[in-house]
Structure formats: structure tokens, C-alpha cells
Write a protein that binds this ligand. Structure first.
Ligand code: FDA
Length: 401
């Protein structure tokens, strides 16, 4: 059995950055193992094949899981600007895209990001073995032992960078979560996050393909627990689009007390809109008035939920008017489920921060065992937040080992 100083399980964004930071700070004899025959599958599929590397205007409330202060402690050690400096120094040109301040490679190719990481690992002589599916790891006879089918490895420092459960064909199937749990390490239950949601509102399913900016509110027991102004896409099963992905972690099958409320006209005050509606000539059809604000398909759906499509302003009863306004400004959606890990960009949950030394990502009760990336109880919004977490946690760990 070959002994390494450091073994990193997982050559995703977090594992590769850990290896780069470790080797750049003088660590020797590092082995990275990865489950799939091709490396960096998630990087390649990210950002629609363009890889949104990070975000120039990171906002800590857009991270979930651990406390914002704790997350900040780690991100600050390798913040977005340092990430970009790293890639630029390695020859990758980057650009910022407004309005969300997302960083992408200039050539819009996720492959360029992956190649930059792989080239750097090569320059640093980091050994990568793949495909190697790790089955288990444990501490025996003063070293960490790693078992992968017919192979055995051991090392002084072991880093678990095996990701979450989403898109399992990338090798990230959550297999090693159980190993950590069996060791008594506290882990938040995994939940698919950044995934489309299924809704019961069948009338809206017919609007598939239509997207618009909305005010999105998640309510639990009458309280708003998250809200944002972002794009929503109607689909044949429910809702998607960046705004919906960002709030999807609130909806698990257990959370039946959670509702989704959409305001389809966030730029308008409800009373101003109502006044404008009532000032229309009496023979104006409601659908024609709504066409000033919405695509006809959506306008017709909103009217059909309140009154007849032929209804004119003059014929609208007070009750119908109230219903129409509610349908536009506070449309309730019953979320029945999400599309789960098959379509989740990340996994929410994972190793709790209370288990970690935040200066190193080492587990407090297991010396020389580290966790980085998605396996830790942090996830963020769409917009480069999740890679930023992977780069920062990986860098902090790599520097320490
Ligand atoms: P990741 O899952 O990437 O890597 C883990 C690695 O460990 C994998 O290579 C896997 O094969 C390996 N592994 C797992 N179990 C193993 C075992 N038992 N033995 C050996 N190896 C094992 N984020 C962002 O910031 N910007 C973006 O544009 C996007 N876009 C995006 C699109 C899509 C479709 C998805 C699915 C995700 C994104 N993300 C994103 C999220 C981002 O991809 C994610 O946060 C990071 O890849 C997480 O990096 P990790 O290295 O932690 O896990």
C-alpha cells in the first residue's frame, strides 16, 4: 500500500483548489482520486457550459446553511478578487456580466476553466488517479486509510471533497456522507437546492416557455422567510428560472406549511394599478388592458382565473376586481415537490460548521481529516456563489495542510 502525505477524495472545484493551494504552499506527495473517468464534469456543465466562476458583488445573505459570519470567515481568506487573480495569473481571461456581476471566462467556455486548473495541477506535479471510487475511509494505526474497490491507500492528511448528491452521474452521489455520519460527525440533512419546483396550478402549466421578472416570496406560517426580485420561467410541470431555483430549498415534501407567492407586476403599486384599471373606458376588455403589462397568454390566464375573457371594465364586480388584483399581485402557488437531485445544481445540508476549525476546514474531533466544498453545510444562490464556496474552502484547507 502506497503512503501519501495527503489524499484528496474528489477532483471537483473544491478538491482541485485544495490540491493547488497545498502544493503551492510546499506540500509534497499529494494524491487526488476521482470517481469518474472524466474530470471536472460539474465545471463543464456549469453556467450553461460557460462556468460562472464567481461573483464580483458577493452578498453574504445569499449563502445558506451556516451563519453568514462563519461563512464570511472562510470566504474572506480567498475572496472573489483573489480567485479571479488566480485564474488570470494562470492565463485565463475573465469578464464580469451585469446586471448580476457574474464572472465568466472571456471565451465563454467552461472547458477553459477546467483546463486552467488541470494545467496548474500538472505544473505542481500533483498526482491524479481516476476512475477510483472510494468506498470508505477510516483512521487505523496512526494513518488515514482509504479503500476503493480493490485498492488501498493511506495518508497523514485526508481531505473529503466528494460533493453532494446532485447530478449523480458526475460521481457525486453522496456515498461518503454516510461514512462521516457513522463517525458521529453532525451533518444537516441533505436537500436538493437550486432545482425547479412542481406546482399544482395547472392553468399556469400551459404557459410553458414564458418567463418574466417577478417578486418572489416564500411564506411559512404567514411569515415571509425569503424574498427576491428575479426571473421566473413557467414550465409544463411548474416553475423554474433563477428566481425559483434560489428559493427551491424551502420546498421539501415534509414542508407542507410553506407556500410560494408571486407578484407578477413588482414595479407597480397595487392601488395605482387598480386606479388605472378603473379609469379605462367602460367597454375596455380586461384582457386588452392587461396586454399593456403582460404577454397575452399570461394576461388571459390571469383574467380567466377571475372572470370571463369577454368581461369589460364596466362589467367587473368588486369581488372579481379583488380576485384579479390578487391573481396579479399575490398569486399563491402550491408546491408539491421539486425535480430533486436529478436537476439540482447543488445539495443543501452537510457537515455542520460546529464540527470544523474555520481556519483550516479540519474536523475538530478528527485531527488531520478535512472537508471542503459542497459536502459542507453551505450553499448559495445562482450567480457564482457555489463555486466561490468551493474555491475558498479548498484554498483555506490546502494552505493549512
Ligand atoms: P463536485 O460535485 O463538483 O466534485 C466532487 C467530485 O468528487 C466529483 O468529481 C466526483 O466524481 C468525486 N467523487 C464523489 N464521490 C466520490 C467517491 N466516493 N470516490 C471518488 N471520487 C468521488 N456553481 C457556480 O458557482 N456557478 C455556476 O455556473 C454553476 N452552474 C452549475 C450548473 C449545474 C448544471 C450544476 C449541477 C451545478 C452548478 N454549479 C454552479 C454548482 C457547482 O458546480 C458546485 O457547487 C461545485 O461543483 C461543487 O464543487 P465540489 O468540488 O464541492 O463538488
Amino acid at each position: 500500500m502506497t503512503k501519501y502525505t495527503t489524499i484528496i477524495i474528489g477532483a471537483g472545484a473544491a478538491g482541485m483548489m485544495t490540491a493547488i493551494a497545498a502544493a503551492s504552499h510546499g506540500a509534497k506527495h499529494i494524491l487526488v482520486v476521482n470517481a469518474t473517468p472524466r474530470l471536472g464534469l460539474k465545471i463543464l456543465m456549469s453556467g450553461g457550459g460557460r462556468c460562472n466562476i464567481t461573483n464580483a458583488k458577493l452578498q453574504y445573505p445569499k449563502f445558506y446553511g451556516a451563519s453568514q459570519n462563519a461563512i464570511k470567515k472562510i470566504i474572506k481568506q480567498f475572496p472573489p478578487q483573489k480567485v479571479i487573480d488566480f485564474f488570470e495569473e494562470e492565463g485565463l481571461k475573465t469578464k464580469i456580466e451585469e446586471p448580476w456581476y457574474k464572472y465568466f471566462p472571456v471565451d465563454n467556455k467552461a472547458k477553459s476553466v477546467l483546463d486552467t486548473l488541470l494545467n496548474k495541477l500538472k505544473k505542481l506535479h500533483v498526482q491524479i488517479e481516476y476512475p477510483v471510487v472510494v468506498d470508505e475511509f477510516s483512521f487505523r494505526e496512526g494513518v488515514w486509510n482509504v479503500t476503493a474497490q480493490d485498492k488501498q491507500y493511506c495518508c497523514d492528511y485526508l481531505v473529503i471533497a466528494s460533493g453532494g448528491f446532485s447530478y449523480p452521474h458526475t460521481g457525486s452521489d453522496g456515498k461518503l456522507w454516510q461514512n462521516l455520519q457513522q463517525m458521529g460527525i453532525k451533518m444537516q440533512k441533505p436537500i436538493p437546492a437550486l432545482t425547479p419546483v412542481k406546482t399544482q396550478n395547472i392553468l399556469f402549466h400551459k404557459l410553458k416557455g414564458l418567463s418574466l421578472p417577478c417578486q418572489i416570496m416564500v411564506k411559512r406560517q404567514q411569515k415571509t422567510v425569503q424574498q427576491e426580485h428575479n426571473s421566473v420561467l413557467f414550465t409544463h410541470f411548474g416553475l423554474s428560472g433563477p428566481g425559483i431555483l434560489n428559493i427551491s430549498h424551502w420546498f421539501t415534501q415534509q414542508n407542507t406549511d410553506t407556500t410560494l407567492v408571486l407578484n407578477f407586476l413588482p414595479e407597480y403599486q397595487r392601488d395605482v394599478f387598480e386606479k388605472e384599471l378603473m379609469q379605462q373606458p367602460h367597454n375596455t376588455k380586461i384582457v386588452n388592458f392587461l396586454h399593456k403589462f403582460f404577454q397575452r397568454r399570461l394576461g388571459e390566464t390571469l383574467v380567466a382565473m377571475s372572470c370571463s375573457l369577454e368581461q369589460t371594465v364596466g362589467q367587473l364586480t368588486k369581488k372579481q376586481r379583488k380576485s384579479l388584483l390578487n391573481n396579479i399581485f399575490a398569486q399563491n402557488f402550491q408546491v408539491t415537490d421539486t425535480l430533486g437531485y436529478k436537476k439540482a445544481e447543488v445539495t443543501s445540508g452537510g457537515v455542520e460548521f460546529s464540527e470544523l476549525d474555520l481556519k483550516t476546514m479540519e474536523l475538530k474531533n478528527f485531527p488531520q481529516l478535512y472537508v471542503v466544498g459542497e459536502i459542507v453545510n453551505v450553499h448559495g444562490d445562482i450567480g457564482g456563489y457555489n463555486f466561490q464556496w468551493a474555491w475558498s474552502s479548498g484554498w483555506v484547507c490546502g494552505k493549512a495542510i
